[in-house]
Design a protein around this ligand. Structure first.
Ligand SMILES: *Cc1c(COP(=O)(O)O)cnc(C)c1O
Length: 524
């Protein structure tokens, strides 16, 4: 069958015709142009525009015009309105979250992924892609030292991977211990007794999953953490005894390998031991810290992860992939049975008998992107060794940054030896406030510093609370960020703190939530 040319549509869809090919090149070049212009001479990580002003400007968009117009014009508008007021993830002062600059190799892969538009749910929508994803999953299973029984799937990220871990854990427990078919009958009568254990510093998606799984957030038992923000095994033992005394049913233990705030890694071998003793599903949330497995220097810190029943790992964090990209791995692949349903049009039982792989059975998504390709291409381009070096470099920068902070009398280091990339600290008030306690004054200053830096576009710094006290956080994921860059951010923090102290923080109410540089200039 030959593809006939259709002049009216050839310039809208990619195909073999000359007009289609040249339109595609033009469109891609115009998109590249928007990005290049945005990146050229970028001084600040954010324009600092106010919410109200941007809302007003965006309100002028007609999102669905009656008649279309040329793509270049619209792309130029995207440049002026969207790109100009997006945070620049590659800028060294964009250092708030686990939000990475993407590798160029992965951006090239994205172009291929979207143009080919393979859908990972069935073999007939993604033949080679299905096999490449499967190979990537095998490589990941090896990386975490799983045995040959392990299987997995690419996901949209840690949220979905954690939900899948707890979903499999719940279904497995209910089937094997309560003899209940949850896929057919819904939640069992004992559901109110089910419990999930995780550290108090675990990611909020553990609670979110508990609520989505019909168990409720109260099903999550938070375990205390030690001074280094790792799960306390003593407290875990105490809680397990208490649950047993109360005849409750702890079915899942979640260990975190790299907490969002401190990068701390729970004592995985001890957790694995407790999980085995109590017949609990052991899920390791390595969304962030999983990348350590690439590094020969750091992988020992993940020891014990190979005993996990399931693992979450994200690639849109320390693996430098564009959002979204993650994976969920299961030690015994057969456990996927607990969520599998057969759809006659996607994964009929005949296919399975013939050995045709349809990945839909391993995912809670149906239509799914071929994200494995971008990780593949990035690994091909950099190679493991260079990838590892890059990650190690960021950990080194974080360690040195914490040292700088600890040595600075105007700052207070909360984690003087960071586990991963997160450096948590506070600005110290240099003089007291007449009406506020030291702590309240410090809280106010630190909150305002962050807000002002954002509203001036000078730095995107995160906020968090440590034992109730407002703190600032730098997440130094960007391999291009140097210690000088960190020093510059810290200078801004200190100068802003000083300016605020001089005005006693008065009248800063406006800036506190939606403030702007000009507001602040008026005040000071
Ligand atoms: C980022 C993160 C998550 C959530 O993952 P998403 O990819 O944002 O869905 C879960 N757990 C940890 C430890 C994380 O760092």
């Amino acid at each position: 069958m030959t593809i006939r040319s259709n002049p009216a549509l050839d310039s809208l869809f990619l195909n073999g015709s000359l007009i289609s090919q040249s339109t595609y090149h033009q469109a891609m070049n115009a998109a590249l142009q928007v990005i290049s212009e945005r990146y050229a001479n970028l001084e600040r990580p954010f324009s600092g525009i106010k919410v109200e002003e941007l809302t007003d400007r965006m309100a002028g968009l007609n999102v669905c015009p009656e008649a279309g117009r040329d793509l270049e014009t619209s792309l130029a508008e995207v440049g002026r309105l969207i790109a100009a007021h997006s945070v620049a993830v590659h800028h060294p002062a964009c250092a708030a979250h686990l939000h990475c600059p993407p590798l160029i190799a992965s951006l090239a892969a994205e172009a291929v992924i979207s143009a080919m538009n393979q859908s990972m749910d069935s073999w007939d929508q993604s033949p080679a892609a299905t096999l490449l994803e499967t190979q990537m999953i095998e490589w990941l299973c090896d990386l975490f030292q799983y045995s040959g029984q392990a299987e997995g799937v690419f996901t949209s990220g840690g949220t979905q991977s954690n939900l899948m871990g707890l979903l499999l854990a719940r279904n497995h427990f209910v089937a094997t211990r309560l003899d209940w078919d949850i896929q057919q009958h819904g939640l069992p009568p004992q559901m109110k007794d089910l419990r999930i254990l995780c550290s108090a510093d675990a990611h909020f998606t553990v609670q979110q999953s508990a609520s989505l799984l019909g168990l409720g957030r109260n099903a999550v038992v938070p375990i205390k953490t030690d001074a280094a923000h790792r799960m306390s095994v003593d407290d875990l033992d105490r809680q397990l005894t208490r649950l047993q005394e109360q005849d409750l049913l702890p079915f899942a233990l979640v260990g975190t390998a790299g907490t969002t705030d401190f990068g701390s890694i729970d004592p995985l071998p001890q957790l694995a031991e407790r999980a085995a003793e109590q017949d609990m599903w052991f899920h390791v949330d390595a969304a962030y810290g999983g990348a350590l497995a690439l590094s020969q220097h750091h992988r020992h810190r993940l020891a014990g992860i190979q005993q996990a029943d399931s693992i979450s790992v994200d690639f849109h964090k320390l693996f430098y992939q564009p959002i979204s990209c993650g994976a969920f791995l299961v030690k015994e692949g057969a456990r996927f049975e607990a969520i599998r349903l057969n759809a006659d049009y996607l994964n009929p039982e005949e296919d399975e008998e013939e050995g045709t792989p349809n990945l839909v059975g391993k995912s809670i998504q149906t239509t799914r992107r071929f994200d494995a390709l971008k990780l593949f291409l990035s690994l091909q381009h950099l190679g493991r060794a260079r990838f590892a070096q890059m990650i190690e470099g960021t950990l080194q920068t974080a360690t040195e940054a914490a040292r700088l902070i600890a040595a600075d009398p105007q700052l207070e280091a909360i984690n003087p030896s960071p586990e991963l990339n997160a450096v948590v600290f506070r600005y110290r008030p240099q003089s007291p406030h007449e009406n506020l306690s030291y702590e309240a004054w410090r809280d106010q200053l630190n909150q305002d510093i962050r807000q002002i830096l954002l509203s001036e576009g000078k730095a995107v710094v995160a906020r968090t609370k440590v034992e109730g006290a407002s703190s600032l956080k730098l997440t130094l994921l960007n391999p291009r960020t140097t210690l000088d860059d960190v020093q510059a951010i810290l200078e801004e923090v200190k100068q802003t703190g000083k300016r605020l102290e001089q005005t006693k923080g008065e009248g800063v109410q406006h800036v506190r939530y939606v403030g702007t540089a000009s507001h602040y200039a008026e005040l000071s």
